[in-house]
Design a protein around this ligand. Structure first.
Ligand code: F6P
Length: 346
């Protein structure tokens, strides 16, 4: 047992994700077992800049397991983009008596945790993102819930598309990685899938649609990742603004793609943007359990003095891996994985 720990903080950063509350609950329960106080830092790294926190006891988290969102809120604040941000975070950690901080987030949030550990604040990480694009873990919690939501949505699109002889283009979240689109597209039997990694051809898809309609299958579902790029069409998602980590706000690409498909084929083509529907609501059982296991392990890592480490799913096991390894490079869909999905394009 690490005797230097009396109080820990926990924060959730970046986009919310089904299962965040399950992590918070697991950390609070384990901390109580070890006799530590827990502070819930409000709004991610913003709460560390503002010294804004609430005490969390078992009583406070006892009913939150099935709830979506995060009870301690989140933001995309980056303390390294704020003048004197690092110093303020370190000073506030001292003022609040935080001996170690659990950062629950994706590459941005964990990248900050990694830097702060080097600057003297002990941190451990828990991998979160519906995009599943974080390195050093097989899956992030929240991902399977988001895939299920997208699959259910596309299942519904099949019947309405078929009734109206329409092509329906479904836009799925996923900035740089097409995991959700590949998996949900495969699970929902989409007829074509576009992801950022492959730069697919609109012409090939339109040829497939013409063949499909000619043989009597007069409808189709196209799954497209919000960050997809194309080999024969220069459509980039509308970049209205960027966040503190420099990411553009995506969304809207499906509309342009649908218009282009209709123009090239003459088939009525509409679009649907799933957007934040994929992040909201209750986590499925798998994510409740994965989030609980990852939070439980994070507390054990603090107990064992494993700082600058992240709890991670490796096969069936939960292990501690360096945060550095997780944030080194984005985990994208390997070509051979996408090849299997392509087998079912028709
Ligand atoms: O990183 C998760 C994610 O849901 C991405 O798939 C998406 O591009 C982004 O967040 C949207 O973030 P926001 O809600 O801040 O616009």
């Amino acid at each position: 047992m690490n005797m230097d720990i009396r109080r820990i903080g926990i924060l959730t950063g970046g986009g919310d994700c089904p299962g965040l509350n399950a992590v918070i609950r697991a950390v609070v329960y384990k901390a109580s077992e070890y006799g530590w106080d827990v502070l819930g830092i409000m709004y991610g790294w913003k709460g560390m800049l503002d010294a804004s926190a609430v005490p969390l006891k078992k009583e406070d988290v006892k009913d939150i397991l099935p709830l979506g969102g995060t009870m301690i809120k989140t933001s995309r604040t980056n303390p390294y983009k704020v003048e004197g941000g690092e110093k303020r975070v370190l000073e506030n950690a001292g003022k609040m008596g935080i001996d170690c901080l659990v950062a629950v987030g994706g590459e941005d949030t964990l990248g900050v945790a990694n830097k702060l550990t080097k600057a003297g604040l002990k941190c451990v990480g828990v991998p979160k993102t519906i995009d599943n694009d974080l390195g050093a873990t097989d899956y992030t919690f929240g991902y399977q819930t988001a895939v299920q939501i997208a699959t259910d949505a596309m299942d519904r699109l099949h019947t309405t598309a078929k009734s109206h002889d329409r092509v329906l283009v479904c836009e799925i979240m996923g900035r740089h990685a097409g995991w959700m689109t590949t998996d949900a597209g495969t699970a929902a039997d989409a007829h074509w899938i576009y992801i950022p990694e492959t730069r697919g051809s609109v012409g090939d898809c339109c040829n497939m649609l013409k063949e499909r309609y000619a043989r009597g299958d007069r409808y189709a579902i196209i799954a497209v990742a919000e960050g997809a790029e194309f080999s024969d069409l220069d459509i980039k998602a509308a970049a209205a603004s960027t966040d503190a980590f420099g990411h553009v706000r995506l969304g809207g690409l499906a509309e342009t793609l649908a218009k282009e498909v209709e123009r090239r084929t003459g088939f009525e083509t509409r679009h649907v943007v799933l957007g934040h529907t994929q992040r909201g609501g209750s986590p499925i059982a798998y994510d409740r359990i994965l989030a609980t296991r990852l939070g439980y392990k994070a507390a054990e890592m603090i107990r064992d003095g494993q700082f600058a480490m992240m709890s991670s799913l490796r096969g069936e096991r939960i292990e501690a891996v360096p945060i550095e390894e997780a944030v080194k490079a984005l985990k994208t869909v390997p070509p051979e994985y996408f090849k299997m999905a392509e087998t079912f394009f028709r």
